[in-house]
Structures are given as C-alpha cells and as structure tokens.
Design a protein around this ligand. Structure first.
Ligand SMILES: O=c1ccn([C@@H]2O[C@H](COP(=O)(O)O)[C@@H](O)[C@H]2O)c(=O)[nH]1
Length: 317
C-alpha cells in the first residue's frame, strides 16, 4: 500500500472517485453525439446501442478524470457498469483504467472476484497480466473472501509479484450486509470479525514500510462504530471505505476508520461525484454535448473538492 499512501499524502486527500457510469448518469446529448461514430463499426444493429453507450462512458470518464486528476490520488472503476454492455463495455473499462493511470492516478478495479483456488488463479491475472501484456491496467482489485484462504492466495501472490494490492470485503456498506456478516459465531464473535482476522493474517508477509500490508479491507462508511473497532482490530490493514455520500456516510462517520496519523483508509464516492452535475440545476436539454461534458467536469471537481475538504477537517485533526 506504500504507493497508495504516498499518493494520498502528496494530495493531502484520502478519497477515491468511483467511475460507475450508467445511462442515467451520462447526459443524453453526449450519448446521442456518438450515434454516427459507432454505426458501421459494430457487427450487428443490435449491438449499436450498447457500443454507443460504451463510447459515451469513455468520454464521460475522461472528462471526470481530467477534472479531478490533480486533486485526488485514485479512481475506482466499477467493472459491473462496463460488463453490462458486453465486449465494448469491457474495452472501455480497460481503456478507462489505462487513461487514469496515464494521468498519474492509482487505479483500484472494483471487480469483487473470488472462487476456488484454480479459478482464482485465473482471476488473479487482473494483477499479473499475461506474460508482458497487462490488458487491465489496475493497481489493485477488490476480492470476495467468502471462499477462504485458497481463493485468496492467488491474488496475494500476484499482488506481491506485481507490486499491487487487493481489498477484501469485510463489512460491506449495503443494508442487507447484516444478514450474513453480523451472524454470531459459537465463540461470541461475528462473521465479519472472523473475516477481519483472516484478512489481517493473509497480509502478514506483505507489509510495506508504512506498516500496512498488500491485503486491504472494504469497510462501509455506513458502519461507523464497527469501522472504528475494526481499525483497532486490524492495525496492518488499509481500508477502502465505500458508502460516503449517496449511501449516507459522512466525513464524521469515517473519521474513526483512520489511524492516529490520519492514514490507514481511503474513502470512495461514486454517484456523489460523477452525478453531481444533476444536482446543479444548470443543466439544460438544449446544451451541446461539449457543454454538457463541461458541466459534468466542473461539478465533479467541485464535489471532489468538497469531499476532500470535509475529510481533511474530520481526519487530519
Ligand atoms: O461495501 C461495499 C463495497 C463496494 N461498494 C461499491 O462502491 C461504490 C459505491 O458507489 P456510490 O455511488 O458512492 O454509492 C459502488 O461501486 C459499489 O459497488 C459499496 O458501495 N459498498
């Protein structure tokens, strides 16, 4: 995690912008402006709308990345939004990761993979690439620890070999997370606490010079008390904290998930940043595609600065 920590410190900003585009979050004139470009490029008429949306996602992401690259250390593209569009979407996911890296950003691929060991080894190519070829351009990926140690070891090994990181789901931000994660074990502990102990152990041999291992944990901003307790329980585990903004989490809620030096966590906001343009009241259907993208960029930057400043007050006390 040393690279991520250094990037956070350089920008004095422990936040990551989530690149989760959907049709509803991209201004319609931006999507419409690519109709001619995709016609003739796709193999079938049925594929055209998905391909058109994918190109629009890429231009949208570039506008957001350009607007925030000097103030945030990292971006987190959510692969589900891209996979939903098929092959053109997956292409745009990889192009987005590559573009973000070219702008000097740490790229955290939210792919939430996990499987039996042999299949996890294939998924781990997200980190190791294929020979010299790295199609994914990610610095870290999220993983699902539910299959246990053999499902995680391939990711840990690939991360160590490639100087990259992984973040395992421990206490997720969604309302139903308690159905499984809060179940009580025979010893009185909770399922998520047991997973937390496993994550600390999985990272043991990969600690960097700042004391944090390559195996991070996903801990939702919507669980401030559990997050604070996990910070104590997991002294060598860096946290990725989603749930800020659109899911209700605040800077005060996440403050306890940082260590005494104001390090140890990075907070994600996706819709709160990339959808900020919808809340400005300045959008008009008569705008050109370029004007709409300018509004997306300005609003994303303003929202990212707002988030950064709120976190600075709450965390760098
Ligand atoms: O516990 C979790 C794990 C992952 N996520 C992901 O983070 C973003 C949150 O988006 P917002 O728009 O800021 O709510 C999204 O990609 C989720 O899949 C999470 O929310 N909670």
């Amino acid at each position: 995690m040393d690279r991520l920590i250094e990037a956070i410190e350089a920008k004095q900003n422990p936040s990551v912008v989530g690149l989760d585009p959907t049709e509803a979050l991209v201004p319609p004139q931006v999507v419409a402006s690519f109709a001619d470009e995709v016609r003739g490029e796709v193999e079938s008429d049925e594929e055209a709308p998905a391909a058109q949306l994918a190109v629009a996602f890429y231009e949208f992401n570039r506008a957001v990345i350009d607007a925030v690259a000097d103030i945030v250390p990292a971006v987190k593209p959510q692969i589900a939004m891209y996979e939903a569009l098929g092959t053109s979407g997956v292409d745009v996911y990889t192009m987005t990761c590559e573009y973000a890296r070219e702008q000097g950003l740490y790229v955290l691929g939210d792919i939430k993979r996990g499987d039996i060991g042999s299949t996890a080894a294939a998924y781990a190519h997200h980190l190791s690439g294929v020979g010299e070829y790295d199609p994914w351009h990610e610095d870290a990926v999220t993983v699902n620890p539910y299959l246990g140690t053999d499902g995680i070891t391939p990711f840990v090994d690939a991360a160590a070999a490639a100087d990259k990181d992984i973040f395992a789901l421990v206490r997720t931000s969604n309302p139903s997370s308690s159905e499984i994660q809060e179940l009580e074990l025979a010893d009185g502990g909770k399922v998520y606490e047991h997973v937390a102990d496993l994550v600390e152990r999985w990272g043991e041999s990969t600690r960097g010079k700042r004391g944090y291992s390559r195996v991070g944990a996903v801990v939702g901003a919507t669980h401030p008390e559990e997050g604070r307790a996990l910070r104590e329980r997991m002294p060598h585990t860096f946290f990725l904290v989603p749930g800020y903004g659109a899911q209700g989490g605040t800077a005060a809620d996440v403050a306890g998930m940082f260590d005494q030096d104001g390090s140890g966590a990075i907070v994600n906001s996706s819709r709160g940043i990339i959808g900020a343009w919808k809340k400005t009241g300045s959008y008009g259907e008569a705008m050109s595609a370029d004007e709409a993208l300018d509004l997306v960029a300005e609003s994303a930057r303003a929202a990212a600065i707002d988030m950064r400043d709120s976190l600075r007050v709450a965390v760098y006390r």
